[in-house]
Write a protein that binds this ligand. Structure first.
Ligand SMILES: C[S@@+](CC[C@H](N)C(=O)[O-])C[C@H]1O[C@@H](n2cnc3c(N)ncnc32)[C@H](O)[C@@H]1O
Length: 391
């Protein structure tokens, strides 16, 4: 990065980006980044770091389905005193990214570090950046009326990583979910559930407790190659350091990538007629209304007459005893429907640890610990046989 104010960035200049994510999805996001063609992709707890160019800020924001945000890494160093933190923060080339009129709030977190006070770290970083920008722009006071550059200090085991958020709202905000039922899944988590399953666009997919339809809509977007960020804006969209042409070009490429021809077989049902209307409206917002068949159905009435399908679902989970009894009955219904279905793979995300005691088709082939918001959940995976080649 240049050192004296914002210059026209050279598009081949290397920058380091960080995709943040929900714990447990490190390998999923790493795989996504590799599929997008990124190199030097390194996963660690809660994030994946990767190398790119300025043009990759639009690309990563538009295309990442399972990550929470894309951060621009400005620097990382060891700091065990506030003086260390101040001097090393001030030594970074903030003016190469942040213009004189920018709004630049500082947020932070600290884990297992000598400098454990997040508030103190934030305030030192703010002071250091202000000092740096004062010298660079030869001004004494910043009105902060321009575009937002949210700086984050992540103190982990005495290493400070300083970043600027390029996404703005979290990447789960795709813009299509104008309404939701009770306990909707985050779109990023729904995409991850699909990505962690055996589903491919040519396979039959069913969510029999589909709520607002998030899992099926994310599958449709994968099947149609619709970039999840195509219908929203991002914090870095008006940054001079990421020229508008880069965004226009990334959006143009994303629109050209949409596949309108692959046939999809996506099916959702729910006991609640209101939520099915919401699911239909959400699917229409993305342009995949014709790709998903939604119906109102109690899982007790589910009738499956085909082989080799895939279920990905997120049953409700309650806290009262009566709820648990009702839930157990639901798991038994699912078990009865799927126990002898040839070639069906079954995936369920739930916080309810007794699920496998009632859905007894077999022991789960894999149980993956994930987080739905702050709630620890398990993704129970039961693998069915793969369909013969000509199915
Ligand atoms: C946790 S929510 C699913 C949320 C969904 N994944 C989404 O993102 O919107 C569970 C859903 O199960 C539905 N449900 C509850 N009992 C049901 C039953 N017996 N048959 C079918 N659906 C049921 C609820 O109406 C609710 O929409």
């Amino acid at each position: 990065m240049g050192r004296s104010g914002i210059i026209n960035p050279v598009n081949t200049e290397k920058i380091t980006l960080i995709a943040t994510l929900t714990a447990g999805l490190e390998s999923t996001v790493k795989y996504e980044l590799r599929q997008l063609g990124f190199e030097k992709v390194r996963a660690s707890e809660g994030k994946v770091e990767f190398e790119g160019t300025w043009a990759d800020i639009p690309k990563a924001n538009l295309w990442l389905r399972c990550a929470d945000r894309v951060l621009l890494k400005v620097g990382a160093f060891t700091a065990t005193t506030f003086d260390d933190l101040f001097e090393q923060t001030k030594a970074l080339p903030w003016e190469a990214i942040i213009p004189a009129d920018a709004e630049f709030p500082v947020i932070g977190k600290a884990v297992k570090s000598t400098l454990g006070s997040v508030r103190a770290c934030q305030s030192i970083v703010k002071k250091a950046v202000v000092e740096r920008l004062k010298e660079a722009y030869q001004i004494d006071w910043f009105a902060e009326t321009g575009q937002r550059y949210t700086i984050q200090i992540d103190m982990r085991k005495d290493v400070a990583t300083l970043t600027i958020d390029t996404s703005g709202s979290g990447l789960h905000k795709r813009g299509y979910r104008t309404a939701a039922g009770e306990a909707p899944l985050k779109e990023t988590m729904a995409a991850a559930l699909v990505s962690l399953s055996f589903w491919r666009p040519d396979r039959y997919l069913l969510d029999p407790m589909c709520g607002a339809g998030t899992i099926l809509i994310e599958a449709a977007m994968i099947g149609r190659r619709i970039a999840p960020g195509l219908n929203r804006s991002f914090a870095a969209e008006k940054w001079p350091v990421v020229p508008a042409e880069l965004w226009t070009q990334a959006r143009r490429e994303a629109r050209a990538a949409i596949d309108l021809t692959t046939p999809l077989s996506l099916h959702g049902s729910d006991i609640d007629p209101d939520v099915i209307e919401i699911a239909k409206a959400n699917a229409a917002n993305v342009g995949v209304a014709d790709d998903i068949e939604f119906s109102v159905k109690d899982i007790k009435d589910l009738w499956i007459d085909r082989q080799y399908g895939i279920v990905i679902t997120n049953p409700p989970y309650g806290m009262r005893l009566s709820d648990f009894q009702e839930l157990n009955q639901m798991y038994i219904s699912l078990h009865k429907t799927f126990r002898k279905k040839k070639g069906w793979s079954f995936y369920a995300l739930t916080a309810d640890r007794v699920f496998p005691n009632y859905f007894k088709r077999a022991r789960p082939d894999r149980v993956r610990k994930l987080y739905n918001g702050s709630v620890e959940v398990n993704y129970y995976q039961y693998y069915g046989e793969r369909p013969p080649k000509d199915e």
